[in-house]
Write a protein that binds this ligand. Sequence first.
Ligand SMILES: NC(=O)c1ccc[n+]([C@@H]2O[C@H](COP(=O)([O-])OP(=O)(O)OC[C@H]3O[C@@H](n4cnc5c(N)ncnc54)[C@H](O)[C@@H]3O)[C@@H](O)[C@H]2O)c1
Length: 382
Amino acid sequence: MKAVRIGIIGLGNMGRFHADYLLGKQVPRCELTAVSDALPANLERFRQLKTFTNSHDLIHSGEVDAVIIATPHFLHTTIGIEALERGLHVLVEKPISVHKADCERLLGAHRQAGQVFAAMFQMRTDPRFKKIKHLIASGELGEIARVNWIITDWFRTNAYFASGGWRATWKGEGGGVLLNQCPHNLDLLQWFCGQPVAVRGFCQLGRYHPIEVEDQVTAYLEFANGATGVFVTSTGEAPGTNRLEIAGDKGRLVFECGKLLFTRNEKPMRQFCAESGGGFARPDVWQVEIPADGAGPKHTEITRNFIDAILDGAPLIAPAAEGMNSVELANAMLYSSLIGETVALPLDGAAYEKRLNQLIAGSTMKKPEVQVVAEDFTKSFH
Ligand SMILES: NC(=O)c1ccc[n+]([C@@H]2O[C@H](COP(=O)([O-])OP(=O)(O)OC[C@H]3O[C@@H](n4cnc5c(N)ncnc54)[C@H](O)[C@@H]3O)[C@@H](O)[C@H]2O)c1
């Protein structure tokens, strides 16, 4: 195969963004050959390609080797399973599914050797987050003791939530800020620190917006080694904060205002604690400002890596299988809040699915109609 023939399923904000950089030839060795959207009007600008109003027809058309799925989240599971069973390579948008049981169904359809299944976690390509990952994986930070992420600058207006019938409903989206804005943060959190073993979530439903799902969350996390974490997020707070702090035995990493600062302990804190004769002594430190910026291709890098994996067997930056962790974390925060108890991980996916289905069945929310002005969708990226 010289060039991978790609189809995009779902041509809303995100699907059009993928289409534009593929048509702009920003990813070598692939060609956008087909697109699908349930709304015929969304296909108009792509008349030079094969167009389909039904994803099934695109998947079985013989026109594509691979698909990018950029539909509302629930459809990631059903469309993803169909594409995988057809033998196509799949790049699925985040979150890979809405809940853990669906993730397992989706991942279970990935059975063919050599078939590439990746997830669009483009924040893993951000040089600052790559650096954090490296500092932890290489042992520079030492054993993790604590992680805090206050990520409350996902501000969204009522008009945003009214802009798509599926948004911010149990039935259409299966959750709020945890499912829509935070999958990247939750993915990075587990990429850096591993998956917690217990979660206690406090989710406020529709605190700031006329929606039925969570728009404000505080969650407490516990890890197997005793490390603790706090994750705070909101779509209603302005100006909001984005501060990630990870304390390890050998120092503390702080990512805030786009800058990464590493305060290193000259002696690891546990060793110092055990060896120091002075009761109020503390390890000397030195400050390292890590010179990495957030510039870079991000989405195109994930898609390029997807193509490299198909053509050359390159290792994936974000295998879809790892996408289940962020879904499980989001589910655990919501489930814990709904039942008012700490939940142990691995989460009981069937129990959560049952609870979510009850919320869907009991939903009485009617979304208000709001006129939404056209604006630059890329402003939504962090
Ligand atoms: N990686 C990122 O940075 C990023 C950013 C935004 C959104 N997303 C993800 O992309 C997905 C789509 O989000 P969006 O903001 O583009 O939503 P959107 O509502 O703008 O677009 C969804 C599109 O899917 C189409 N669609 C619905 N059902 C379909 C079907 N059965 N077959 C084909 N098309 C269908 C709709 O008509 C619509 O055009 C979501 O899962 C979201 O989480 C990812």
